[in-house]
Design a protein around this ligand. Sequence first.
Ligand code: 5GP
Ligand code: ZN
Length: 125
Amino acid sequence: MGDKMDCIFCKIVNGEIPSYTLYEDDIVKVFLDVNPDTNGHTLIVPKKHYTDLFDIDDNTLMHIMNTAKKINQLLSDKLHTDGLTLVQNNGLKQEVKHFHLHLKPQYKNEGKLLSVEEIYKKING
Ligand code: 5GP
Ligand code: ZN
């Protein structure tokens, strides 16, 4: 299991590592994935360190799903997305051992992949 001291998402949550943050509250931080699969690829991360789905508590999980609905509206409004794919890896395919939900927007007409900075500007412009 990952050591919280070395956890990259704990460092993003506490501001030690910068991120393009779209939203945060007491429970979650929401920021753009540094290596996006699609334009607007976003991660929802609980501020408290939970390793994975089998570690996280139900209230936090529900809050993350409700946050996904809110962020979908933002991505739809700002990036004109046509759909949303949720991915959440545990174990083998999980690179960062701090629970996170991937939000991958889908598009009828997929344009070229823009830089994370450009996407951030579109969302906050
Ligand atoms: P996993 O495979 O664990 O589900 O996905 C981890 C995700 O975290 C990857 O999509 C990767 O691009 C993203 N990621 C890793 N390090 C950082 C970082 O320092 N900042 C941001 N914004 N995303 C990161
Ligand atoms: Zn962590």
